[in-house]
Design a protein around this ligand. Structure first.
Ligand code: HEC
Length: 124
């Protein structure tokens, strides 16, 4: 028997493992649709506001920080990273006036956009 050639079963196993790894990588990276996330139309509009204004600095679905702290589960925790209570009032203030290295959005976002944004943040 020639031992230098790998057995076909081994090749099949290696292929299967590669496939599993590739699939696992894809699910970790893939962006879920609004429907998959179960977002209402208002929350989906808030997601667009987030994508266009916040996503470059904040991760919505990962606990890793970017240029600012992760916003995963921001409303599910009692406190914001700064230690202030995680509620509409404090988060709206942060968005309107900015904070430290975070820019202010008071001049660029409408009240309606901020409302939908908050409704989206509550789904995180
Ligand atoms: C240029 C980067 C940048 C952008 C864009 C940005 N942020 Fe931030 N954000 C930060 C940084 C940096 C902090 C941490 C500030 C600090 O030191 O307290 C922060 C903090 C926060 C906090 C936590 C405040 C606290 O009290 O701990 C919230 C909530 C937040 N951002 C929401 C948003 C939302 C919503 C948007 C989009 C409208 C946004 N950010 C856009 C950089 C950014």
């Amino acid at each position: 028997m020639n031992r230098t050639f790998p057995r076909p079963q081994h090749a099949a196993l290696a292929l299967a493992m590669l496939l599993v790894l590739a699939l696992a990588g894809c699910t970790a990276q893939r962006r879920l649709s609004d429907a998959e996330l179960g977002l209402t139309p208002a929350q989906a509009r808030g997601r667009r506001v987030f994508d266009n204004n916040c996503a470059r600095c904040h991760q919505p679905y990962s606990s890793r920080g970017l240029h600012g702290p992760s916003l995963q589960g921001v409303y599910k925790k009692e406190f914001l990273p700064s230690g202030r209570p995680a509620n509409d009032q404090r988060i709206t203030e942060t968005i309107l006036h900015g904070r430290d290295k975070m820019p202010a959005f008071g001049d660029s976002l409408t009240t309606e956009q901020i409302d939908t944004l908050l409704s989206y943040l509550k789904t995180l």
